[in-house]
Design a protein around this ligand. Sequence first.
Ligand code: RNT
Ligand code: ZN
Length: 421
Amino acid sequence: MPASAATDAAYSLARDRYAALGVDTEHAQTALAAIPISLHCWQGDDVQGFESAGDALGGGLAVTGNYPGRARTPDELRSDLDQALALIPGRHRLNLHAFYGEFGGKRVDRDAIEPEHFAGWIGWAKQRGVGLDFNPTCFSHPKAADGLTLSNPNDGIRSFWIEHCRRCREIGAAMGAALGTPCVTNVWIPDGFKDTPADRMAPRQRLAAALDAVFEKPFAKEHLLDAVEPKLFGIGAESCTVGSHEFYLGYAISRGTLLCLDAGHYHPTESIADKISSVLLYLPEILLHVSRGVRWDSDHVVTLGDDLLAIAREIIATGAPERIHVGLDYFDASINRVAAWVIGVRNMQKALLAGLLEPPAIRAAEAAGDLTARLALQEEAKLLPVGAVWDRFCETHGVPVGQGWLDAVRAYEHDVTGKRT
Ligand code: RNT
Ligand code: ZN
């Protein structure tokens, strides 16, 4: 049987099996196609960016591995992204960091960046019908060397980062206006303390005031959506993170920004899946950084495990996935970087599909107070033929079914990334 006939046969059995459970597999695929995933550009070059200064990675972030083929220029990164996007079904987005601007070999400091430095990215995105998201880069810079940016007690340093973040919002709004889709611009700062601070209040007061200065200028929601990202701890900031979960939850609710929930930014047994419904009660929209922490916020490539399935299931269960902006956030330099994108995005989509294919009898059992049936049906649902529907989805969207995408990555490695030294 040719591969596509096998996919068709498996799909038609799966469609009937799901139909008998009251699940419409066609509808699930349409819904899946409507959920864009924001690919994080920084997987492609180990969070290096394109500034001529080229400061070492800071902010407590750590990339391990030395797999050959890191993108060294914007053109290389765009080419790698094109290769990844060709192997991922559906229309997606690209999430850029400020230090990925194109500065023409000049030293343009962070407080001087302009939309024009991102014209190349905007043009690329426009051609492909891809939306852009954006982030200030408040690390890997001499003015972040003491680990404090927007909460720095030094007025000059704090103002520098305020100006950087303001400019990033201008750039984000320009991206959103040019592409006709709002640019989610997410502020994450590394600020924290290695050892126990004597005063935790003052840095948090400074951070709140600095953020208010950053967000002072209003922009149209159609162009720009502001988000803030909390964190539990980082390397070198083990004892206190200024922008903690409580800090930003309060900030986002009181100021009306989005809150970004990063899967690696909580205690290891705490899942962001459970936070989605709580936060959506108080905020119209949120941002997710889907990541995989192994023992700590290690930012491993996202795999199709219980954590991911739970996050995706909750996104769908809200009944309003359009209120949840889904981005990925990991960086692995130990494997082929294009493959790392493809694996992570496809897994995110598979998990969302599983959520979309959840039999309604599970909720009905719960509503009827039959917790035995709820557990029984949840467990039975785990081996329903999600994979056959996923294969069909890939085929419909013209991307390789199953592991076929790996051959394309290997060929690209042979011709392109493997030749980079
Ligand atoms: C760091 C945060 C942040 C970064 C990126 C590069 O812990 O998760 O989102 O990973 O901005
Ligand atoms: Zn993150």
